[in-house]
Design a protein around this ligand. Sequence first.
Ligand SMILES: [Zn+2]
Length: 196
Amino acid sequence: MQQRTQLKAACGCHAPSRRAVLVGLACSLALPRAASAFAPASTSDDVRFMRMALDEAQHADFPFGAVIVREGAVIARGANHGRTRRDPTAHGEMVAIRNAVESPGADALKGATLYTTGEPCPMCMGAIIWCHIGRVVYAASIDQLATLMDQIMVPSAEIAARATFAPVSITGGVLADEAMALFRERMAKLRVAERP
Ligand SMILES: [Zn+2]
C-alpha cells in the first residue's frame, strides 16, 4: 500500500475494460447538454494510431503516451516525463500538446484527434478543450488506471460536457487490454525498484 502511494500521480490521464464509447454525452443527466453530440465508434485508424501512442508509452516514465493526428497524419507525439523532467504536469498529452504548439503551431490542434494510452485527467482534458482538439481516443479508462495508481476521479466526458464552447467527442477503450497489460507490468517494476 505504501509503495502504491509512492507511485502516485502518474496519470496521463482512465474507465472500463470493455470497449466503451463514451462522449461528453455520458454525463448528460445533470450536466448541461454540451460538448459532444455523438460518440464515434473506433476505426482501424484508431487502432493504428493507438499503437503509436503505445509505442510512445514504452519509453515514458509512466506508460502514458500520446499522438496527435490531423488529416490522417501525426503532427506531434508525447510521453509522460513527470519524473525525468521533475515536472508533475509532464503528462503524455501535455507533452504532445506542447510539442504541437511548438511545431506546427496551435492552429493545427483545432479539430485534431488526440490518442492517448490513458483517459485524460482533468488537467489534460482542460488543455485539450482550450486547444479545441476535436476528438479524444483513449485506451485505459480512469477507473481502470485507478486500480493501479492515483487518479483524479473525474471522467473526461464530464469535463467535456461542461465546456459547451469547444465540442470534443470521446472514444474510450481502444486497445485497453494492451494498455492495461503495459501499465500493470510497468507499475509492478516501479514498485520493485522503489522497495526499500
Ligand atoms: Zn493528465
